[in-house]
Design a protein around this ligand. Structure first.
Ligand SMILES: C[C@](O)(CO)[C@H](O)COP(=O)(O)OP(=O)(O)OC[C@H]1O[C@@H](n2ccc(N)nc2=O)[C@H](O)[C@@H]1O
Ligand SMILES: Nc1ncnc2c1ncn2[C@@H]1O[C@H](COP(=O)(O)OP(=O)(O)OP(=O)(O)O)[C@@H](O)[C@H]1O
Length: 347
């Protein structure tokens, strides 16, 4: 429970996967140009923000002081892996937004974590996006969507999509987004590992593999994005399954060869196809329908090829205020249930 000054604002924000991820060559600024199709899945982190501004002074130490904390059940791995200092992506987002708003980041940020850490599902980016939306609400900022998206892109390449949600085509570093027509739900099994992979290290490994590639054993690149967009629009899981592709997969598998077994096991369990999510090591499997996803998850969880599995679906909306918005009635007894919190101001 966060305690400070005033009621908290709580935002729910989804994980992402990449249905298609084409990676260009290394740019001078250390990034790679991408052409990617993002989809938001129903694995969510929750971000709660409270003001620590007392009107007299800002206490810099103690439980009500500005900063970040983990809420709810926290695993040892989360405690070890998630920094609670100024490098936390949620805090970096708060500092960036405060600068734009011309004020102090005099807030306490609570993170209830469900998205795997360093799993290629943009968990840290989700927390940054959730913080941006929560603080926009808490501080009653009248920023337009474009301005908020710009702050998001400065914090990280995946942050803008976490605000946006749904299915979207991403270009540039991944921050330039165009919504993709997707009225149909796709059913996924998500295979989580007990370790993470560093995103810059995976991009670096792809550069290394490409620099040592030979005509006899080339590093393959994914095909064009248009057929993927058509398959998404058609809602046909079997068409989409044939087109899932990720240029970072070769690099993730090179760094973590066990992922090959995980990918094979998902298809053997009945999935239509599997792919490494983003920079990995999480693998996602597209299934024919919801019941099939439940069966695949049950079989995969007994196969000894991952730490745990989750059944998920997408697309789902991006970051949403679920509690504390002055324009909405409170959640909890007497209030509305938490899920499905209405239209997204920023999508
Ligand atoms: C792999 C993806 O998840 C696919 O959606 C993203 O490209 C990664 O996005 P992210 O984690 O938000 O990445 P950032 O925090 O912006 O960048 C982390 C590091 O990843 C590498 N990076 C990231 C994005 C990009 N288009 N090219 C890159 O080379 C760079 O080394 C960068 O320093
Ligand atoms: N709020 C946060 N949640 C998780 N990790 C964070 C957070 N802030 C900073 N980090 C750091 O960022 C690293 C990457 O975490 P994250 O969970 O975002 O990886 P990822 O899902 O692979 O990212 P992406 O898919 O965007 O490449 C972690 O190892 C951790 O040290």
């Amino acid at each position: 429970m966060l305690s400070a000054v005033g009621p908290p604002v709580t935002v729910r924000v989804p994980a992402k996967i990449n249905l298609h991820l084409a990676v260009g060559d290394l740019r001078a600024d250390g990034y790679h140009d991408l052409v990617t199709v993002f989809q938001a899945l129903n694995l969510f982190d929750e971000i709660s923000v409270v003001s620590t501004h007392t009107g007299r002074h800002v206490d810099r130490i103690g439980p009500g002081a500005p900063g970040v904390e983990l809420l709810g059940e926290v695993t040892d791995a989360q405690r070890a892996e998630i920094p609670l200092d100024a490098s936390n992506l949620a805090w970096r987002a708060a500092v960036a937004l405060a600068e734009v708003a011309g004020r102090e980041p005099d807030v306490r940020i609570g993170i209830r974590k469900s998205i795997p850490v360093a799993g290629g599902m943009a968990g840290g980016s989700a927390d940054a996006a959730g913080t941006l939306l929560a603080l926009t609400t808490l501080w009653r900022l009248d920023l337009g969507r474009e301005a908020l998206m710009e702050v998001a892109a400065d914090v990280g390449s995946d942050v803008a999509f976490a605000l946006h949600g749904g299915t979207a085509l991403g270009t540039g570093r991944g921050e330039n987004l165009v919504p993709v027509l997707s009225r149909h739900t796709f059913h996924w099994v998500v295979a989580l590992q007990d370790h993470g992979l560093s995103t810059p290290a995976v991009f670096g490994e792809l550069d290394r593999l490409r620099s040592t590639s030979t005509p006899e054993s080339p590093v393959k690149r994914v095909g064009d994005v248009e057929p993927v967009l058509e398959a998404v629009a058609s809602g046909e899981a079997r068409s989409l399954a044939l087109l899932l592709g990720n240029d970072l997969q070769a690099a993730a598998v090179s760094m973590d060869p066990g992922l090959r077994r995980t990918l094979r096991a998902g298809v053997a369990a009945g999935a239509l196809a599997g792919v490494v999510s983003g920079s990995g090591p999480t693998c996602v499997f597209l299934c024919a329908d919801g019941p099939s996803a439940v069966r695949v998850a049950a079989e995969l969880s007994g196969a000894g090829v991952c730490r745990t599995v989750r059944v998920a679906h997408g697309p789902v909306p991006g970051a949403r205020v679920i509690d504390g918005d002055p324009a909405r009635p409170p959640r909890g007894p007497g209030g509305p249930p938490a899920p499905d919190p209405g239209p997204n101001m920023y999508a």
